[in-house]
Ligand binder design. Structure first.
Ligand SMILES: [Mg+2]
Ligand SMILES: [Zn+2]
Length: 201
């Protein structure tokens, strides 16, 4: 039940999760939020849950976009979706053998460190299996939000799948799990139990 307490932070993949995936995009004008992103982020911020971005940007290693272009795109993301409490970005490619490129856990660990929370108290939200593997490797809770591009086997393998970002916010902010909810309803009392579920001790 304490698995369901409010998380220390929610770490979002960028492309295909917070914004539409435009491969190797270096143009701020092409940044377009995903459906429900702003509202879901607003709900988390109102609940004082830190929000961060954990993103693979191998286009930099490939020479397809410059670090400056990437920064401009990220600035546009914050213009449209509000400020994030941390950004953890991997600018390497698969062959670089870094420890940050998802599915490695480095970005999750780095963002958690910046936010001064344990990776185990983090939720990682992403649109592909790499995001979920990074979450698992870091000991975080992973929630997959599939798009039309997400491979079927990655959806089947995901520990948790949400319909959209609004569903993610519901799941993250819900104080009790299904069993707790059912027990509460059946006893018809215990209005204090959400408070217990939300406590940090
Ligand atoms: Mg993605
Ligand atoms: Zn890296």
């Amino acid at each position: 039940m304490f698995e369901q307490r409010r998380p220390g932070a929610v770490l979002f993949d960028r492309d295909g999760t917070l914004i539409k995936d435009v491969p190797y995009n270096g143009d701020p004008a092409r940044v377009e939020p995903m459906q429900g992103a702003l509202e879901a982020l607003a709900r988390l911020r109102r609940a004082d849950v830190p929000v961060a971005v954990v993103t693979n940007q191998s286009g930099v290693a490939k020479g397809l976009l410059t670090p400056d272009e990437m920064d401009q795109v990220n600035a546009r993301v914050e213009e449209l979706l509000g400020p994030f409490d941390a950004w953890a970005i991997c600018v390497h490619d698969d062959c670089d053998g870094c420890t940050c490129r998802k599915p490695a856990p480095g970005l999750v660990i780095r963002a958690a460190a910046v936010l001064d929370v344990s990776p185990r108290d983090c939720v990682v939200v992403g649109d592909i299996g790499r995001d979920m593997e990074a979450a698992r490797a870091a000991g975080a809770r992973g929630i997959l939000v599939p798009t039309g591009e997400t491979r079927r086997e990655e959806i089947q393998q995901a520990a948790e799948v949400a319909e959209d970002l609004s569903d993610v916010a519901d799941r993250v902010l819900s104080a009790v799990d299904q069993a707790g909810e059912a027990a509460r309803v059946s006893t018809g009392a215990a209005v204090w139990s959400p408070l217990v579920g939300w406590s940090r001790w």
